[in-house]
Design a protein around this ligand. Structure first.
Ligand SMILES: Nc1ncnc2c1ncn2[C@@H]1O[C@H](COP(=O)(O)OP(=O)(O)OP(=O)(O)O)[C@@H](O)[C@H]1O
Ligand SMILES: O=P(O)(O)OC[C@H]1O[C@](O)(CO)[C@@H](O)[C@@H]1O
Ligand SMILES: [Mg+2]
Length: 340
């Protein structure tokens, strides 16, 4: 077989381990051939492809980013089904493996609905894709956020300040929940639970009264109960969605005014997506890559690989689309016991 690979959407630590898992197994076990398309669907539509052999994938599983590059290009704006079919034929490809988030998989679904041979690998640091327990990149983002919060706590302790750490996650609070719990935050704020400023200040004051420098972990998509929409001051992305970020900076003066505790906010931003993946993410990504290769060999078009417990299965693309995997109430209530 000859198989094409692309990475699309925002990057996530572990993308290179997926590519290595696919190519290594395919060459070593089956003698298959591979090409990588550069910069997501853009590379497919423009037919910028590069051979992927053992030399290209050596030692890459510990590298952050993606050796193939990525973009948010919509294939339906650049020729759609006929163009993708033509490129697959010209490259002599039997299958395409698309590694990406819900947008990438939505595009892949529309293409497979028209008969194109595509399987998917779910990717997002936000961990918000339904149908898979965890996505690779999430563990790394949580580790980076936790390390950062540990650091914020020592400087907060020195100055007796309230420190706010704003983390990614788009419209879900998984990164905030996990890193906040790991770092011992005195309050975790997530999009799934609108909260009042009074409640936040109660937690902050209670931590200070116990002699602690309060740490607030806030997800970028969080809103106060008085807000009608998410905080967005950076315009819209290429797909017309609000760019999130800045809620921590917005909360800092409100908390300081209300509690009298000097407060500083740090937005961690893309640091959470950069650099080397954790061991967990490397292993998960490698296994997902191997499973995607097997799905392609089995002709499981229109399906993506997914983690359930410790096993990997394939599920239809639509299982991952349409509905975000949000933080359940019971998970938040469990963490809430530790606040204040
Ligand atoms: N419903 C759709 N149909 C066809 N193409 C889509 C659809 N949704 C998104 N896309 C295309 O796929 C691209 C990638 O989607 P998106 O930018 O949301 O990244 P993603 O793969 O979801 O990863 P991320 O986790 O970074 O959001 C989009 O820019 C868009 O061009
Ligand atoms: O890389 P960009 O386009 O700035 O997107 C940032 C968004 O992507 C993510 O990192 C992953 O979906 C979100 O957490 C964040 O809101
Ligand atoms: Mg997306």
């Amino acid at each position: 077989m000859k198989i094409g690979i692309l990475t699309s959407g925002g990057d996530a630590p572990g993308l290179n381990a997926v590519i290595r898992g696919i190519v290594y197994t395919g060459i070593q076990v089956y003698g298959h051939e591979f090409v990588g398309f550069l910069n997501g669907w853009k590379g497919v539509c423009e037919q910028t492809a590069t051979p992927l052999e053992r030399a290209q994938i050596m030692g890459i599983s510990k590298q952050g980013g993606t050796i193939l590059g990525t973009s948010r290009t919509n294939p339906f704006e650049f020729g759609g089904v006929p163009r993708v079919r033509e490129v697959l034929e010209q490259q002599g490809l039997d299958a395409l493996i698309a590694i990406g988030g819900e947008g990438t998989l939505a595009a892949a679904k529309r293409l497979t609905d028209e008969g194109l041979p595509i399987v998917g690998v779910p990717k997002t640091v936000d961990n918000d894709l339904s149908a898979t327990d965890y996505t690779f990149g999430f563990d790394t983002a949580v580790q980076i956020a936790t390390d950062s919060m540990d650091r914020l706590r020592t400087t907060g302790d020195s100055h007796g300040r309230c420190m706010i750490a704003e983390v990614m996650g788009r419209h879900v609070g998984w990164i905030a929940l996990h890193s906040g719990m790991a770092a011992g935050a005195h309050c975790i704020l997530i999009p799934e639970r609108k909260t009042s400023l009074d409640q936040i200040c109660d937690w902050v004051t209670s931590a200070r009264d116990r002699g602690r420098a309060p740490l607030v972990a806030v997800a970028e998509g969080f809103s106060l109960d008085s807000m009608t929409d998410v905080h967005s001051e950076r315009g819209l992305d290429a797909f017309g969605r609000p760019r999130l970020g800045g809620i921590g900076e917005m909360l800092a003066p409100l908390i300081e005014d209300r509690t009298g505790i000097e407060t500083r906010a740090t937005t961690l931003g893309h640091i959470q997506r950069g650099g080397t993946p954790t061991a967990y993410d490397r292993v998960l990504a490698t296994r997902l890559g191997m499973a995607a290769l097997h799905a392609a060999i089995a002709g499981e078009w229109g399906r993506m690989v997914a983690l359930r417990g410790t096993d990997i299965f394939t599920v239809p693309f639509e299982d991952a689309l349409g509905k975000l995997k949000t933080v359940p109430d019971e998970r938040y209530d469990e963490a809430r016991i530790l606040f204040g």
